[in-house]
Design a protein around this ligand. Structure first.
Ligand SMILES: *[C@@H]1O[C@H](CO)[C@@H](O)[C@H](O)[C@H]1NC(C)=O
Ligand SMILES: *[C@@H]1O[C@H](CO)[C@@H](O)[C@H](O)[C@H]1NC(C)=O
Length: 154
């Protein structure tokens, strides 16, 4: 009798936690996100990618990958859009945006502090030392394109 009761309670608890983890997944990207710069001779792009599921080289060359997305393209000094509060999607999760400290000057890297999903903060971002192009990793043997990590968000 005692055993039956605890088993029932245990099952009820498992079902509840199953439901809560499903709904949490619906409202936020459940993994860390890396922000980095892809550089090439006439410009650069700010990318967001999943570091657990996308290597640096895949982030470089992965135009078709859902776990890697372009937030801003800046070719020859013409930024496609602001970086802060610009809505993007990653890996099927929509409504993501970068939150920044201070005002953004278009064409420069703002201080990204967090990521929000549909208006709710879901990740905190930490700037990585030397991340803005100085110590970048070549994308391939040609060394024409390179990638560097600027912010780690989790
Ligand atoms: C954000 O809201 C949009 C529109 O309601 C919805 O389609 C999208 O799934 C939401 N994003 C997440 C990650 O839940
Ligand atoms: C940001 O811009 C607003 C409006 O232009 C201004 O009032 C505010 O002082 C600016 N903040 C910073 C940190 O520069």
């Amino acid at each position: 009798m005692f055993n039956l009761k605890t088993t029932t309670l245990f099952l009820a608890g498992s079902v509840l936690s199953l439901f809560s983890s499903v709904s949490a997944q619906d409202t936020q990207y459940p993994e860390p996100i890396t922000l980095g710069i892809l550089g090439y001779p006439h410009g650069h792009q700010l990318l967001a990618w999943s570091p657990t599921r996308t290597s640096m080289v895949d982030a470089c060359n992965g135009y078709e990958k859902p776990t890697r997305t372009v937030i801003q393209v800046d070719n020859s000094g013409y930024p496609s859009n602001p970086i802060c509060n610009h809505v993007f999607s990653l890996d099927g999760y929509e409504g993501l945006e970068l939150l920044c400290a201070g005002n953004e000057t278009l064409g420069t890297m703002p201080q990204v502090t967090a990521i929000a999903t549909n208006g709710t903060q879901t990740h905190r971002c930490v700037e990585l030392p030397y991340g803005n192009g100085f110590y970048s990793t070549p994308c391939d043997e040609t060394h024409i394109t390179s990638i560097s990590q600027s912010f780690a968000c989790q």
